[in-house]
Design a protein around this ligand. Sequence first.
Ligand code: GCU
Length: 574
Amino acid sequence: MQTINLNGNWSFIRSSNQAYAAERIQGGEEVSLPHTWNAIDGQGGSEHYFRGQCWYQKTLDMTAEQLDKRLYLEIGAAGNIAKVYVNGMLAGESRCGYAMFRVALNPYLKSGENLIAIAVDNGSYSDVFPLMADFTFYGGLYRDVMLLVMEDIHFDVIDGSRDGIYLSQKRIDKASFELGIRGTVVNESVKPAAGKIDIMLQDAEGKVKLEHSLELMVAASEQFSIKSKVDNPVLWDGVDNPYLYTAIVSLSIGNTIYDARTIEIGFRTIELTPDKGMLLNEKAIKLKGVSRHQDYGGVGNAITRAHMEEDMSFISEMGANSIRLAHYQHDDYFYTLCDRHGMLVWAEIPFISIPSSDDSENRNAMEQLEKLIKQAYNHCSIYCWGVQNEITIAVENEHTYAAIQKLAATAKQLDPVRLTAQANIYSVDNDSLIHNFTDLTGYNLYYGWYYGNMEDLGKRLDEFHRAQPNVPVLVSEYGVDTNPMFHSYSPRVKDYSEEYQLIYHHNVIKTIQEREFVTGGYVWNMFDFGSAVRNEGGEKGKNLKGLVTIDRKLKKDAYFLYKAYWSNKPFVYL
Ligand code: GCU
């Protein structure tokens, strides 16, 4: 498979004129991707940010020879819904604004000039999640767009997985793991073909750890599944040793390689136990976590790999060992960075705050969950699939119960090994059934900010523990808005001072540390983020609960507090 980056030279216009599916944009602007139209207004530039439809267009020149290949358009994500037209014909669509999607191009392409026109819409739809949240719903083609050029026999690119290959792992005994490799080979030619799949696992130094081959006859679409034993692998041990192997899976017909994938894999076990909490490789681990949204000052969510690397260096330098990638599927590269830095990841979907008013089955949440799991499946850093966040804030009834249970069951079916998780509001009472719907339940607890006193946090956690002594508790969110320009000699709630943020976080750190039954917590949030609906702490359009400002220029004092507690490395406070 060859991938060609199509990020450059797009025409863009804010318009809902359907004629742009087939006609060239007049009077638009030239943009390059990643792009969002809310980079400024989505972070406080105005009272309201633009939510509606825009068009992106690009021409692709194709020779007859190029058209002999199988061509797919890969769109990293389009916020929030999108329709892709090729030469005026609808070729594909997406209603999952944070997931990658692909469109088969061959049926619509001709030799010569082709017009790709994509209508992207971040308006409000009652059946597309998120329906309500404080973060800005940026619109645009905000991740990479690629052209995939493939032979007519190849690993599947359309069934929903990223690589067409799923790698799974299971510990067999003390010394070895079972490595499962399954996937689908697709034959788009007219004749069946005899193929061979070769698997090679290399260690971090490039030494071959195992090799395996499988012959298969491919008619139209053939599934394969291989199980191999990996003896004594070096374990992926979180931040202490994020050791990764590389699996190279190739498909040949005769002596020619038709397709190949290179996938990083770390071997590890993760368990949630009633008495010792979370275990990574059979050792108890307390989650020192932060949450992250995917935006950045001045660029909205149209971030590049350099932005993601910068975010990761802030997080690892502070000494965190876990990240809650809230509240939706993040760029695949960020999960890769988590694999490489040993961060345990809580991955989740935007089934948040309120369920759909006219789809009682909340099918879009299910679709987003399936995409998340299939596309992020191969990342060893992910330990759980979060199926909802505060969905009961408006109403706790049997429809929401059924939706959460169905999402959790689907997650288990797609991935029987990883944990399911949910984040609930503080007021869900101890008798509520909701606690039992997932393996792990976190609570978003804002004592000392939205309600109560800081000290109430410990009391509430103890109350949960008394009610369910065998259930590990996690604080899935906590934090306070802070403007680093504000200071106080007598810090108090809602003064937005750095000093209040400091004492607040100090209290949480101690409260979690002192309680063995608390599996860990996630600071809300690592970075300030675009929240067009907010206007507080002297700043418009931002949630200021970050430990670092949205432009990443300033670390607030609480950042250094965490570093002092969490990191073993000596540091200078500046
Ligand atoms: C909620 C929610 C977050 C939100 C946060 C806040 O708990 O899950 O998305 O940003 O509270 O109020 O800051």
